[in-house]
Every structure is written in structure tokens, then in C-alpha cells.
Design a protein around this ligand. Structure first.
Ligand SMILES: N[C@@H](CCC(=O)N[C@@H](CS)C(=O)NCC(=O)O)C(=O)O
Length: 216
């Protein structure tokens, strides 16, 4: 099996964390020519989005679908709780991430350059991100991982996007995302002790530094 990956992609990192956590026998390979819109990659994933999983000839797109597949295929250690209620709650986190938290943050990526920045968009998206982070603060367990004592797919989804929030929101003069959000701060410190998360965050940090060097 192969995961088509970019180390700075938060969606691909979500899958790498699950793969590392389970020591799943999945090869991590770069997107051909590092271009998600190249004809070669569009043949692999017609959506032109990263990641994509080649499950021994069966192509699977969409990071959360990939993670659910990885969970089904390599059940140990489990990244979903046993009870239907617990599974639903973890899935509510991943859905919250994909639908509500990540999109306004992503919209800010196009506003990095102060010279071409649209302040109206920046203010709208910052306010949206802050509202979502407040909602996340309410959703998080009081201690441990996102859902509680067990590390789950909820943590896999949240880690790469919170990495971006922690590292990039300051560029827009926003207040640090962990400030005034004690559960988020405690979760962020705790989740980084997980070896799979440490490894993936190290890769994102390196890729972000390389991007900064290239665009300086
Ligand atoms: N819903 C998709 C989103 C994937 C996504 O947007 N990936 C980004 C990289 S982080 C991408 O491929 N962007 C290129 C594009 O949207 O054209 C998933 O969960 O896999």
C-alpha cells in the first residue's frame, strides 16, 4: 500500500499520524513531481487533492475516509472507541475539524503576503477561526487526549491543523490560539508526547522551515 503524501499537507499528516501510530505497512510516497494537479497525479486521484491511498490497487481519496479504512484494516492499536456513542463522538470531532475548523484557517493561507492581503477577508476568517477554537475548547475532554484517556482519530485530525494555528496565526496579529483556552493548551502539550505525533510534527516543522527558506 502507498500513501501519496506532502509533509506540509495537514490532511496528509492526519493520515501519516494514524499510519505511524499503528506501524501500518504503508509506504509514504511523494505526489509525482510534487504537483497535485499533474496529469500523472490526476490519474491517481481525479480530485487532485492530497492525500490519496493506493490500497493495493484500490484508490481511496479523502483523508478521513483513508483513516477509517486504515482503522478497519489495521485495528491495533484502536483509534476508535468500542462503544457506538464513543465512536460517534470521535467522528463528531473529525467532522468538526474537516467542515468547520479547517476551512477558515485554510482561507488565511492565501493571505500570507502583507502586500497583497485583503484585510476584510483576514478579519472575517480570523473571527471565524477564533469562534471555532472556542467551540473546540468546549468540546475537548478535561484531560488527556481530545476524546479522553485514549488517543483517537480525533487527535490525528486536530494535530496538523492546530500546528498551523500555533505557527501561523501570529503572522496576522491574532492572539495566540492557546491563550485563554486552557483545555486546548493542555491537550496540545499532552498530544505531542505521543511518538506518532512527535514524528509527524517534526516533519511538518521541517517542511515549513524549508518553505520559509524558499520563499524568503
Ligand atoms: N477533503 C480533503 C481535503 C484535502 C486537501 O484539500 N488537501 C490539500 C493539501 S493539504 C490539497 O490537495 N490542495 C490542493 C487543492 O485543493 O487543489 C481530504 O480530507 O483529504
Amino acid at each position: 500500500m502507498k500513501l501519496y503524501n506532502m509533509n506540509l499537507s495537514n490532511f496528509a499528516t492526519k493520515c501519516r499520524i494514524a499510519i505511524y501510530d499503528k506501524s501500518a505497512p504503508i509506504e509514504i510516497v511523494p505526489v509525482p513531481n510534487n504537483d497535485s494537479k499533474s496529469p500523472e497525479y490526476l490519474k491517481i486521484n481525479p480530485l487532485g487533492k492530497v492525500p490519496a491511498l493506493d490500497a493495493d490497487g484500490v484508490m481511496i481519496a479523502e483523508s478521513e475516509v483513508i483513516n477509517e479504512y486504515i482503522e478497519d484494516k489495521f485495528p491495533s492499536p484502536p483509534l476508535l472507541p468500542k462503544s457506538p456513542e464513543g465512536r460517534a463522538q470521535v467522528r463528531a470531532f473529525t467532522r468538526f475539524h474537516d467542515l468547520y475548523l479547517e476551512p477558515p484557517l485554510r482561507a488565511l493561507f492565501g493571505q500570507m503576503n502583507p502586500k497583497t492581503r485583503d484585510d476584510k477577508i483576514v478579519n472575517e476568517k480570523l473571527s471565524d477561526v477564533n469562534n471555532r477554537l472556542d467551540q473546540l475548547e468546549k468540546m475537548l475532554a478535561t484531560s488527556g487526549f481530545a476524546w479522553g484517556a485514549d488517543f483517537t482519530l480525533a487527535d490525528c485530525a486536530l494535530v496538523p491543523t492546530i500546528f498551523f494555528a500555533v505557527n501561523l496565526l501570529g503572522m496576522f496579529g491574532a492572539k495566540p490560539p492557546l491563550e485563554g483556552r486552557p483545555k486546548l493548551g493542555a491537550w496540545w502539550a499532552h498530544v505531542q508526547t505521543r511518538p506518532s505525533v512527535k514524528k509527524a510534527i517534526g516533519e511538518m516543522t521541517e517542511a515549513l522551515a524549508a518553505l520559509n527558506r524558499a520563499t524568503r
